[in-house]
Ligand binder design. Structure first.
Ligand SMILES: Nc1ncnc2c1ncn2[C@@H]1O[C@H](COP(=O)(O)OP(=O)(O)OP(=O)(O)O)[C@@H](O)[C@H]1O
Length: 316
């Protein structure tokens, strides 16, 4: 079934439940963890937030949720800074660090305390436990005894407890098994299809590719690409291969093209196939493969766009 008209209508109805990030910057000493980052997450969409280790994803999410102060810029949820929301848990569900839960309480106690704070009835506790697949036995156990996957489920239950219209989730699939990941994908897709707004960071590129409508890609604290997932996938440059990869690399570099190594020995070039093929032909290099990087999925886009940024992080 084509759900697009349904999604478009939902977007219009809930236009106020946006996440807006404007020129957000956070410096630690002289290092910019987040540097002039601007994006929007709209109702009815899942936005995948991607970047290599140390790119600035968590810092950005912490600033959106009022847990870190921006050096410059601002972030709002439903039109207001997070800290100014009257009852934040009813507006936005947040899962930033599943390991940071109160380990001495049972799962049910964690949610009961939170429900009380948010002013939602105990029936929501049972409903969200059920929704995230924590059964009665699990709910009676102390969080200390939970696996990481169970903590993620509890964290997600906590985020959903106040029946918010916005979800901000940092690596929610961490620790989930393949079935759990599949389940979460359905849950997030359904949340967005009912008009909700989701911002989701993940290292699991295939997972993001499967669930996201839009992507924000960050590297070294700066946005390197953002937009509609399908558009980004179709405009992600070219994968090229030759029997003599060194000659190919030299030909492309001398033609002024940026070249990075793909996972499977091919070269990734952020340019159209025609331009890449011409550069190789001009240098007399015979190609064995030339194709749009988009057909290699998000993984190749990610490597092309963030090339070099994780190296910067590693040697800093
Ligand atoms: N409290 C802090 N003090 C100093 N530097 C920090 C602090 N918090 C984060 N940073 C730095 O900011 C940069 C961005 O970190 P952040 O955790 O936001 O990245 P990330 O994209 O979430 O990475 P990962 O995928 O590894 O979780 C890193 O270089 C990190 O070392």
């Amino acid at each position: 079934m084509d759900r697009r008209p349904q999604r478009t209508a939902a977007r219009r109805r809930h236009a106020v439940h946006m996440i807006e990030v404007e020129q957000l910057t956070r410096r630690y000493g002289r290092h910019s963890a987040v540097d002039d980052v601007t994006f929007r997450c709209l109702p009815g969409t899942v936005t995948g937030f991607l970047g290599p280790n140390g790119a600035g994803k968590s810092t950005t999410m912490r600033m959106i949720c009022g847990l870190a102060r921006p050096t410059a810029g601002r972030a709002t949820v439903a039109g207001r800074p997070y800290r100014e929301l009257d009852n934040p848990g009813r507006e936005v569900g947040v899962l930033l660090d599943a390991a940071a839960q109160h380990v001495g309480r049972t799962g049910r106690e964690v949610l009961t305390v939170a429900a009380h704070t948010m002013g939602v009835g105990p029936d929501r506790v049972a409903a969200t436990l059920d929704l995230v697949g924590l059964n009665a036995v699990a709910a009676r156990r102390r969080v200390r005894a939970y696996s990481l996957g169970m903590r993620q489920r509890l964290g997600l239950a906590h985020a959903l407890l106040g029946d918010p219209r916005v979800l901000i989730l940092d690596e929610p699939a961490n620790g989930l098994d393949p079935e759990g990941i599949f389940w979460m994908r359905g849950l997030l897709r359904d949340f967005a299809d009912r008009g909700g707004t989701v911002l989701l960071s993940s290292h699991l590129l295939r997972e993001v590719e499967a669930v996201a409508d839009r992507l924000v890609v960050i590297g070294g604290g700066r946005i390197v690409a953002q937009g509609d997932k399908d558009e980004l996938l179709s405009a992600a440059g070219t994968v090229v291969r030759a029997r003599d990869p060194q000659a190919l690399r030299a030909a492309l570099t001398s033609a002024g093209l940026a070249v990075t190594s793909g996972t499977d020995g091919g070269l990734l070039v952020p340019a159209e196939a025609g331009v890449v093929g011409q550069a190789a032909a001009d240098a007399g290099v015979a190609l064995t493969e030339l194709r749009p990087a988009g057909s290699g999925g998000l993984e190749q886009i990610f490597l092309t766009l963030t090339a070099g940024t994780s190296v910067k992080e590693a040697v800093r």
